[in-house]
Design a protein around this ligand. Structure first.
Ligand code: ATP
Ligand code: MG
Length: 333
């Protein structure tokens, strides 16, 4: 049977990248009838410093973002990672299965640790083992993510394969990454070669889900572009990462293909295209930010939803951890 799992870090406010690469797709897949589990991965967020009060707020706001994007907390399970201790417990087992060399090759580790990796947290290095635990503790078969998480999902498969091999079992499933759509990699508005991130120090590099109409219009107007008009065909976007990014964002927001965007806007200058894109973005995002703000007015409802999600998630996770401990040979499991 199929089961979907995905997580988002409360490491800042949600961005348009998180919306198009994750939330919007989660909402769209909701009618497939497959059980879906979505996690606010607070344990992942603290692999880099988080102010405690901000972490609490960001976790609640992230949950509000899921609901405002159309994910029904009754049909899907919405919860925060630290509430289900089985994630961290299974992650420890996986720390002992995964190899140092595997972790060192992860581009997210290299990007986030930067030049001074001696000073990065041990948790940041082990991040992919915790992510493998997030997925495999539910025996999830499908993991919808953005393009940036592809390498971590391959590592999740490697961990499942090695665990099954080491212990001579067929216990953990080999998960399938689900990376599809026009915007699986939304790029920074300031640099078309870098992905848009909630942790980017420049606020102008991203559109936040909480930005108002003026902020969205300003950021799109100031977005870096080249001086040429939009091309006549999609091929004309080759070697034009900034232009391609804006076309992809337009396509994903409008639920059309990049080809259709080009067909409709061929030959336009950015002075014309950018305001259309800004109008579209405001029309699609403002109902979501309004609903997020309403939910955040009184977080009681959010906390209730997360607590309910924790309970439902634990029911699935606890027996899997118990069986894992038995396989490994822990007395009393
Ligand atoms: P951080 O900068 O703290 O890593 P982030 O913006 O990368 O934050 P994550 O919580 O790491 O967000 O990722 C949550 C989900 O959003 C993942 O599925 C990830 O692949 C997706 N995602 C993140 N950034 C983008 C992006 N620019 N385009 C498309 N999907 C994205
Ligand atoms: Mg990230």
């Amino acid at each position: 049977t199929q089961r979907v799992f995905s997580g988002i870090q409360p490491s800042g406010g949600l961005t348009l990248g998180n919306y198009l690469g994750a939330l919007k797709r989660f909402a769209q897949s909701q009618n497939s009838g497959v059980q879906s589990i979505y996690c606010m991965v607070d344990l992942h967020a603290i692999t880099v410093w988080q102010d405690p009060a901000a972490l609490t707020r960001n976790t609640r706001e992230l949950c509000a973002g899921f609901i405002a994007s159309g994910i029904d907390p009754e049909r899907s399970i919405l919860f925060n990672q630290s509430g289900v201790p089985e994630h961290a417990q299974l992650a420890w087992i996986f720390n002992c299965v995964a190899r140092m060399g595997w972790m060192k090759r992860m581009t997210q580790w290299k990007d986030k640790a930067g030049k001074n990796s001696e000073n990065a947290s041990l948790g940041l290095f082990a991040y992919p083992a915790l992510m493998a635990a997030d997925i495999l503790i539910y025996h999830a078969t499908h993991v919808p993510v953005g393009e940036d998480q592809k390498q971590h999902l391959e590592l999740t498969r490697d961990i499942a394969i090695k665990f099954n091999n080491d212990f001579g079992v067929d216990f953990f499933p080999i998960t399938e990454p689900v990376i599809e759509g026009a915007a699986t990699r939304v790029m920074s508005l300031r640099d078309g070669t870098k992905k848009m991130s909630k942790s980017d120090p420049s606020d102008m590099s991203r559109i936040n889900m909480t930005d108002d109409a003026d902020a969205i219009a300003l950021k799109i107007r100031k977005a870096r572009t080249d001086p040429d008009p939009l091309p006549e065909t999609l091929d004309g976007l080759n070697d034009r990462p900034e232009a391609r990014n804006l076309v992809n964002i337009y396509a994903a927001l409008a639920d059309i293909t990049p080809e259709q965007v080009i067909a409709e806007h061929a030959g336009q200058q950015f002075g014309t295209f950018k305001p259309s894109l800004a109008d579209l973005a405001v029309a699609k995002l403002s109902p979501i930010s309004t609903e997020m703000a309403r939910l955040m007015d009184d977080p009681t409802e959010i906390d209730r939803i997360l607590a309910g999600g924790v309970e439902r998630a634990r029911e699935i996770a606890a027996p899997v951890l118990k069986r894992t401990y038995e396989i490994v040979g822990m007395v009393g499991s």
